[in-house]
Design a protein around this ligand. Structure first.
Ligand code: AMP
Length: 424
């Protein structure tokens, strides 16, 4: 019979790899708490209409990447990103009426039917955050500051922050018109994909990686030229705040990103290009001052970002960490097993991480396993030890062994582990 396989582009993470994932996720949670954010969890499944309204109909995500299904006549979608659900929850729970500023972060899986490659999957994890109620440019700059700090903490080399402003809806309309004016006479030189985009969503042409498009775009107008005075002032203040924080950045006037909801500040952070190649965008984010109102709420400004956990794990230079265990309990014979079950329970109750070998294997096989799981001590008890009320305690690093009274085992082990810790 054929073995069943995971869905293409959806990955398992086994415990050996998990240590690196946890390191990134814990550093993220720590950073967010440090900056006053609280964690939220929203469902993996939402009504399809939420994403269509929030993300925009003519986006790649909504057009071709959503996992959508019908259940009891309701169209549902596996969330392709975290912001739409966060905004829904923010409104559903009356949060804007309860507090003027809300700072949320989340970590969880997202689903997009993209072509899988290194750093691009169909189920992937994002760590993200949203700030509601602060129109700031200061909160925009703080978001970059916390991301730079987080990336430094997990050891991402060469993180590059790219910032741009998309202005408000009117500025984007002006820019769209200017871009269409510029590109229309050059339509034939664009890639077929961009030719189609020219009528549907011309801004997305700026995202194209096709060299034909890059050539045509070389002299395209910049969105920064058509911003209103207010949008320009916001962008200038944002940049001044970044300078004050000493956060390095580049202005990238062609940066537009794939989701339609952004207004004003937009940013991307790239890094570890040597490992990630073209898929080196680690973080994407920006302001979406219109979305809360668009989804039926009051007019509340907002800004957010999302970072891909798998990419961060690849990008961060975390060392391979072997799993480790304090104690490995190796029973010999039937009396030994019953005795060791209780011993293992007592060790764990005292905070000593313990694995019990229940296989009835030979001592040699059990010690091999103890070494393989990185145990510091092996505790051996057979019929003889049970009868004498003792346990053999073997220090696996030093290959020393001593006989310890059963009543003293837990305390002895805790002392030895404490000594070990202070020695290392
Ligand atoms: P986005 O939600 O498209 O703005 O993406 C934000 C970040 O999520 C990207 O910079 C990536 O790090 C990550 N990401 C987006 N799509 C994928 C994917 N298909 N596979 C893995 N990571 C992704």
């Amino acid at each position: 019979m054929n073995l069943l396989r995971a869905v293409k582009g959806m990955n398992d993470v086994l415990p050996g790899e998990m240590a690196r994932v946890q390191r990134v996720e814990r550093a993220f949670a720590r950073t967010m708490e440090l900056y006053g954010f609280g964690e939220v969890r929203t469902p993996l499944v939402e009504p399809t209409s939420l994403f269509v309204r929030a993300i925009g109909e003519a986006t790649d995500v909504v057009e071709k990447e959503m996992y959508t299904f019908t259940h009891h006549d309701e169209s549902l979608t596996l969330r392709p990103e975290g912001t739409a659900g966060a905004v829904r929850a923010y409104l559903e729970h009356g949060v804007p009426q309860a507090e003027p500023v809300t700072r949320w972060y989340y970590i969880g899986p997202m689903f997009r039917a993209e072509r899988p490659q290194r750093g691009r999957y169909r189920q992937f994890w994002q760590a993200g955050a949203e700030v509601f109620g602060d129109a700031g440019p200061a909160s925009d700059a703080e978001m970059i500051d916390l991301l730079v700090r987080f990336l430094r903490e997990i050891g991402v080399p060469d993180a590059r922050v790219m910032v741009n402003s998309l202005g408000d809806a009117a500025a984007r309309e002006r820019y769209r018109a200017a871009l269409v004016d510029y590109l229309t006479p050059k339509t034939d030189r664009l890639s077929p994909y961009s030719q189609r985009r020219l009528t549907e969503n011309p801004l997305r042409i700026l995202d194209s990686k096709d060299p034909r498009d890059a050539e045509v775009l070389a002299d395209a107008p910049s969105i920064l030229e058509v911003l209103s005075a207010e949008d320009t002032a916001h962008f200038d203040a944002f940049r001044r705040h970044l300078d004050a924080l000493g956060a390095p950045y580049e202005v990238a006037p062609r940066l537009v990103r794939g989701l339609d909801y952004y207004t004003r500040t937009l940013f991307e952070i790239k890094g570890a290009t040597a490992k990630l190649g073209a898929g080196d965008t680690l973080v994407g984010g920006g302001r979406y001052d219109g979305m809360v109102a668009d989804l039926g709420g009051p007019s509340v400004p907002a800004i957010g970002f999302a970072a891909g956990i798998e990419r961060l794990v690849i990008a961060s230079d975390s060392p391979e960490t072997k799993r480790s265990l304090d104690a490995f309990v190796a029973p010999l014979g039937d009396a030994g097993i019953a005795h060791c079950l209780v011993l293992a329970r007592d060790l764990r109750a005292a905070g000593v991480s313990t694995e019990l070998d229940g296989r009835k294997a030979t001592l040699k096989a059990q010690l091999r396993r103890a070494n393989a799981v990185g145990a510091r001590f092996a505790l051996i008890a057979g019929d003889d030890e049970v009868a004498r009320g003792v346990v053999q305690v073997k220090d696996l690093a030093r290959t020393q062994q001593e006989t310890v009274a059963r009543a003293d085992v837990v305390a002895t082990l805790r002392r030895k582990l404490g000594e070990n810790e202070s020695a290392s």
